[in-house]
Design a protein around this ligand. Sequence first.
Ligand SMILES: Nc1ncnc2c1ncn2[C@@H]1O[C@H](COP(=O)(O)OP(=O)(O)OP(=O)(O)O)[C@@H](O)[C@H]1O
Ligand SMILES: [Mg+2]
Length: 157
Amino acid sequence: MRQFSFTVVTHAPEETDALAERLGAAAEAGTVLCLVGDLGAGKTLFTQGFARGLGVTGEVTSPTFALMNQYQGRLPVTHFDLYRLEREEELDEIGFYEYAEDIRSVVLIEWADKFPDALPEPHVWLAIERGKAENERRLAFFTTEEESALWRALTEK
Ligand SMILES: Nc1ncnc2c1ncn2[C@@H]1O[C@H](COP(=O)(O)OP(=O)(O)OP(=O)(O)O)[C@@H](O)[C@H]1O
Ligand SMILES: [Mg+2]
């Protein structure tokens, strides 16, 4: 399904942050990034760098309790965290579909794997896994759409 993949291994939070910032700088309206990985994998840290790359200047915090935060950078940025949601109907209640499908903004969704059928298409899937060393992370990106600014920035290097 998401037939194109690209993997990056980082060895420090700063490396993940720098990659995320570079990709955020390239992101275009309609970009949807689904972030999955264990607690503390680096989903929020990645989002913070990505938002900075998009020109967001204020603090970007984890929406674990808020469920959704919005920022204004070069484009509007909507950041979801689905961790605390239990039922798919709750997505409707928080306005998930309305915001996630807004093609004028950039959307990041932490714990997207909780509701795989609810995600906008196309999207970029980012699975973050811990490596052997404490600060090692494997960032595996997947997409169905190679022709996006984000994917080009990711793979050109
Ligand atoms: N290479 C790395 N890349 C990203 N984060 C790293 C790396 N090495 C260590 N870390 C640390 O891992 C933690 C990642 O925390 P973060 O809040 O981003 O995780 P999360 O995936 O959002 O977790 P949650 O599921 O609780 O929301 C930070 O403390 C960060 O400093
Ligand atoms: Mg988080």
